[in-house]
Design a protein around this ligand. Structure first.
Ligand code: B12
Ligand code: SF4
Ligand code: SF4
Length: 337
């Protein structure tokens, strides 16, 4: 009979995970790096990374009887073209991946429990304190590039990672021993905000992804211009990476046409209720109305002409102080042009 490891891999691939590797449930190799990164202040306001800090040392803090950490990759592929200014990062042009990936992880858990009764398993994708890139490297899925992405030599980096922790003992795959960045520095050179203090280390407080998605409150003045036309997230350190010539779209996870046609001027007219219904089931909800309208003002301040002024002047009176302040900044920028 085919070994359970291979049957599990076949089942995971059938569910749409194109990358599969097995790591032992051991201390995270990168835990010291993680602590140093937090202590340097690079996590900014992402308090959840400080909470349960110690839990990331060993996966047993997530699932007590864990013996094996299976790491999986689910591709979202390169960005699709959009009809207006205001780029949405490739991963966010689709339905919210969390629900999609969690459903697949639950299906994998149920399948394994039926195959090997008594097994306990728990799947996670951003939902548990697990250093996902660290375990992915350990499971042989790829190396950590100078842009800090987990990169695979046949698939690039445009995929989500998920961890499947199980009490079943499986033979581990060899860890990825070496990186394949060589002398390349394309990602470091392309970063619009110069967010890498050194290769392989990201100061999240400068990263456009953090500034447009995670940060509540105003984007620091000195970084607004560099945000450019990025409305939600950023892909620059991935799109310039030569390994992403191998990144491919996932027919099982198509982009949502409405997210490819977002108009930052129109976004400024969204009420709280409109925002909730318009973006239900999408990753953009994470920025909340305040964050998304703030970002729309920054994009318009950087790219638009006088045609955006009426909407921006309307936003100057927004009850949300963050939106109102950035709208005034954008009006000033357009008038100065
Ligand atoms: C916080 C976070 C962010 C922060 C900080 C990102 C960062 N680079 O640290 C912000 C908001 C900026 C961010 C942005 C993005 N993110 Co994010 N993010 C996370 C999250 C929740 C935690 C990451 C973390 O702990 N960072 C702290 C640093 C220190 O840890 P780390 O990056 O994981 O790196 C570890 C290893 O690489 C290891 N390591 C590195 N080199 C080496 C070498 C050796 C020898 C060893 C032993 C270990 C080692 O050390 C580190 C500590 O363990 C993870 C999900 C998760 N649970 O892991 C998603 C995650 C990393 N993000 C993801 C994505 C898709 C993105 C974006 C592409 C989204 C976008 N388009 O806007 C950008 C990419 C920006 C970038 N260049 O990283 C994916 C990445 C998939 C992949 N292929 O790598 C993840 C895994 C989410 C998921 N479930 O798929 N993100
Ligand atoms: S996602 Fe954009 S801003 Fe963030 S590190 Fe990469 S290139 Fe820089
Ligand atoms: S762009 Fe070059 S240096 Fe950066 S991750 Fe890709 S191969 Fe490595």
């Amino acid at each position: 009979m085919t070994p359970i490891r291979d049957r599990l891999e076949a089942h995971a691939r059938g569910l749409g995970f194109t990358l599969f590797g097995v790591a032992p449930a051991a201390d995270a190799d990168g835990f010291d790096r993680y602590e140093a990164w937090l202590d340097a202040g690079y996590a900014g306001e992402m308090g959840y990374l400080h909470d349960y800090r110690e839990h990331r040392r060993h996966p047993a803090r997530v699932l007590g009887p864990v013996k094996t950490v299976v790491m999986l990759g689910f591709e979202y592929g390169p960005p699709s073209p959009q009809s207006h200014a205001g780029k949405v990062a490739a991963y966010a042009q689709h339905a919210d991946y969390h629900r999609v990936v969690w459903d697949k992880l639950n299906a994998l858990r149920d399948w394994l429990a039926a195959e090997v009764p008594g097994t306990r398993s728990h799947g996670t994708c951003d939902s548990a304190p697990l250093l996902e890139r660290d375990f992915a490297r350990r499971a042989g899925l790829g190396w950590v590039g100078k842009n800090t992405m987990l990169l695979n030599a046949s698939r690039g980096s445009m995929f989500f990672l998920a961890g499947f922790l199980t009490s079943l003992e499986l033979p581990p795959d060899p860890p990825q021993a070496a990186g394949h960045c060589g002398t390349c520095t394309a990602c470091l050179d392309a970063c619009p905000t110069d967010a890498f203090p050194s290769p392989g280390v990201l100061d999240a407080t400068k990263c456009v992804s953090y500034l447009t998605i995670e940060l509540r409150g105003p984007i620091p003045l000195e970084l607004r211009e560099a945000v450019g036309d990025r409305l939600f997230g950023c892909d620059d350190c991935q799109t310039v990476c030569p390994w992403n010539r191998f990144a491919s779209a996932n027919p099982g996870f198509p982009p949502r046409p409405d997210l490819l046609a977002l108009d930052p001027v129109e976004l400024l007219t969204l009420t709280r209720e409109d925002f909730a219904s318009r973006f239900a089931g999408t990753p953009l909800l994470r920025a909340r109305r305040s964050g998304l309208l703030r970002n729309a003002c920054v994009v318009l301040g950087n790219t638009a002409g006088a045609e955006a002024l009426p909407a921006l002047r309307g936003a100057c009176g927004d009850a949300d102080g963050v939106v109102a302040e950035v709208a005034r900044w954008a009006v000033g920028r357009i008038e100065a042009r």
